[in-house]
Design a protein around this ligand. Structure first.
Ligand code: GUN
Length: 288
């Protein structure tokens, strides 16, 4: 039997529809600022997509494009100005940043109440304590995808491959908060394949095409592929591929996300949901 294909586009649209519906009743539209430093073509595609979606759901959206050699002081000044503007509820600084910029220092400069990426140490700390804060978008999207097929994760074994601040660590924290038993594998893990075979839920966030083979997967497991790597096809065309050998995995798993069309659309939808949450929280705070 082949796996259920989890339709990330469809689930993302449901989230976007809910956000758009909520915006209609608000006294002012939520405001999202997306900041990009540098000229990485993939990052340009991502930030344009985020700003476009934001406008589609009725947000005020701004794109701040900065040169690749922008200094840390200049970037911090841009963030500071956005922190101070009332009509901006969410600030997203697209990663990766150019190598000369210190990512943690930049993340720390974003007002935690506007940190719709959930990467400020305060929000990361709240998540690790199981407390309420803004949650990184891709992990939030992964959880919605998982829960669309397994609503109760209590006692299930979840394996996360990857330990980045942006996906691996927060997704592990969210799975733990749902009472799963979580194993985190990373580049130094011995016999990742063996560990994966015990996973009821397998999340791969590595960026290595074909890493997860069909025989790594427990029969009927839920497989979430966060990998997005652009590869050149034999015909010269570029294609986005995940970490999972999809054609093999689909024969073993119970449910699986495709790449593209799985996690990607959910990430953007969750960014809109986070921005709406931030706007509501800031409005409630202003009214109090
Ligand atoms: N680069 C790739 N994914 C993301 C994301 O979710 N947030 C930010 N800020 N940068 C990214």
């Amino acid at each position: 039997m082949t796996a259920e294909i989890i339709d990330g586009k469809k689930l993302a649209q449901l989230v976007l529809d809910e956000v758009a519906k909520a915006v209609v009743d608000m006294s002012r539209p939520p405001g999202l600022a997306v900041v990009l430093a540098g000229d990485d073509p993939a990052s340009h595609v991502y930030v344009n997509g985020k700003a476009k979606r934001a406008k589609e759901v009725g947000f005020h959206a701004e794109l701040k494009l900065l040169p690749a050699d922008v200094s840390e002081v200049e970037l911090l000044a841009v963030i500071d100005a956005l922190n101070g503007r009332d009509e901006i509820d969410g600030i997203l600084v697209q990663l990766p940043l150019p190598a000369h910029l210190n990512t943690l220092r930049i993340m720390a400069a974003v007002d935690p109440s506007k940190d719709v990426d959930g990467l400020h140490a305060l929000n990361a700390g709240l998540l690790s304590q199981g407390a309420e804060g803004l949650i990184p978008c891709t992990p939030l999207g992964c959880m919605k995808l998982i829960k669309s097929v397994v609503p109760d994760l209590t006692g299930s074994h979840a394996v996360v491959i990857g330990s980045s601040n942006i996906v691996g660590k927060p997704v592990a924290a969210l799975l733990l908060a749902e009472q799963a038993t979580v194993t985190q594998a990373h580049i130094h893990t011995r016999d990742t394949q063996f560990i994966c075979r015990g996973a009821d839920i397998l999340v791969s966030a590595v960026g290595k095409p074909g890493l997860v083979r069909g025989d790594w997967i427990k029969p009927r497991a839920v497989v979430i592929d966060v990998g997005t790597t652009r590869v050149r096809q034999p015909d010269g065309k570029m294609r986005t591929v995940g970490d999972v050998a999809f054609d093999e995995a689909v024969e073993v798993a119970g449910a699986i996300t495709p790449v593209p069309g799985g996690v990607g659309p959910m990430t953007i939808a969750c960014l809109m949901e986070n921005t709406l949450r931030a706007a509501r929280a800031r409005n409630a705070h202003a009214a109090a």
